[in-house]
Design a protein around this ligand. Sequence first.
Ligand code: HEM
Ligand code: HEM
Length: 230
Amino acid sequence: MSDSADTAGAQKVRIWDIWIRLFHWSLAGCVLFLLISGTTGWQFFEWHRNVGEFVLALLLFRLCWGFVGSGNAKLVKLVASPLRALAHLGHLARGQVAPERGHNAAGGWAVLLMLVLLSFQAVSGLFIADEDELIEGVFYGLLPGGLSEELLHLHHLNGDILKVVIGIHLLMVLLYALRAAQNLVKPMFTGWMQWPLSTELPTVFFQRWWLGLVLAVASVALVGWVVSWW
Ligand code: HEM
Ligand code: HEM
């Protein structure tokens, strides 16, 4: 799809492909549910397990898309030099942030951190059970000694860490709107952003949409097969 001229000082450009957007909003909805249902007691336990397993499939998809997906989804792109990341935060504090056609240097690290913490949470869930064994991960009982109890403790601790990190994620999005007048949320819904004509537009490779569909179906099928077959 070609970029089109829109308003006088800006053009409308494509930034996020459909798969990053579907991934993001599904992930956000599921994780919100998991953070709440993890603490509400047995009522939502069955759903906590099912949704947690679905998040595992989402993360598997994102891992694959991070290798073969669109340019700004690439995992290597998330690892910027720490100096550049710090400089970016400095610019944000002064309200002088240049537009980005992808994650910025600091945001890349934050995304990586969220993906790692969520992966640990989803995988650890497979090996644990609550004290009354009302909810059991599919691999519960496979680990030797008290490793399952240790993982349950870490699942709780990591749940708290996630709440903080996601809180910071939301605060940063708000800060961009307030300090730099950049609305990052709309492009995450629509896929498009306003790019100033005065700034050179970086080229971004967009992967074919059907490859995302193949990977999404394969990720859900693989996780579904493992958790139901075991
Ligand atoms: C549990 C809730 C959430 C989680 C776990 C989460 C996680 C993430 C992740 C992993 C990414 C990176 C996307 C990728 O490259 O794959 C991201 C980006 C983003 N998220 Fe969230 N998110 C959550 C909620 C929200 C909410 C409620 C909003 C809006 C208010 C939001 C706004 C954004 C935006 C705007 C970006 C793109 C940032 C950029 O332009 O670099 N997120 N989020
Ligand atoms: C990314 C996915 C997941 C997230 C974000 C998540 C989040 C949470 C949170 C926040 C808690 C409450 C911790 C606390 O009370 O301090 C919890 C508890 C728990 N989760 Fe998960 N979870 C996920 C995946 C899973 C999966 C796949 C299972 C598999 C069965 C699972 C099993 C459990 C169990 C057994 C508890 C303990 C319940 C209790 O002791 O009352 N979780 N989870």
